[in-house]
Write a protein that binds this ligand. Structure first.
Ligand code: COA
Length: 168
């Protein structure tokens, strides 16, 4: 792949906390979150600090070769079923709608599964009307496994099974 399109992934640090807060509070991201309210920086910082130190949580930042941050992917391992993790993704609004979504999800999925060898299944819950996100998960080799209602929202559940996808 042409170098200018290459993406790099790394663990998020406290230095990413503010950028993530800005992206998370954009209406284009909030509208697809179960909690769609604006989040104060204080509470975001507290959340980030806890999540960063939680052995069941991994937060990654994906950047391009210019070190511009494209977006973030978070995985949360289920405490009572540690072979399974939940994924959440959102992009820096400057990079929305440019086809980065599936590349970021693939890259992060691969990276996370290498880090956490005990995890075999990754789950993503997507609002039924969030078409871009559904396309992203399909293109990243996630499979629709269930439709359900959660917190009064109709959602589709996508799953990635270790060894199933094409790798990246
Ligand atoms: C979901 C998200 C990661 C998608 O990434 P993206 O790079 O912006 O996605 P795109 O806008 O390029 O759209 C992805 C695909 O869906 C298609 N698409 C988008 N909206 C569509 C619509 N309304 N109808 C049909 N197709 C649509 C695009 O054409 C594209 O298809 P392609 O890959 O075949 O070209 C990004 O929009 C985001 O961060 N959203 C907010 C948070 C979120 O929804 N997270 C998911 C829940 S975990």
């Amino acid at each position: 792949m042409d170098r200018k399109y290459r993406l790099k992934i790394r663990e998020a640090t406290m230095e990413d906390c503010y950028d993530m807060w800005i992206w998370r509070n954009r209406p284009a991201v909030r509208k697809w979150c179960f909690d769609a309210k604006k989040i104060s920086y204080k509470s975001h910082k507290e959340w980030f600090g806890k999540a960063h130190n939680d052995k069941y949580v991994r937060i990654y930042i994906v950047e391009n070769v210019k070190k511009e941050k494209i977006g973030t992917v978070r995985f949360k391992i289920k405490i009572n079923r540690q072979n399974c993790a939940y994924l959440s993704v959102y992009l820096n609004s400057l990079f929305l709608g440019k086809g980065f979504g599936h590349r970021i999800v693939k890259k992060a999925t691969d990276f996370f599964l290498k880090e956490k060898e005990g995890v075999t299944h990754i789950i993503a819950e997507v609002f039924e009307d969030n078409i871009a996100s559904q396309r992203v998960f399909e293109k990243a080799s996630y499979v629709l496994v269930k439709r359900m209602t959660k917190q009064n929202k109709k959602i589709k559940v996508f799953m990635y099974e270790r060894g199933y996808g094409f790798g990246y």
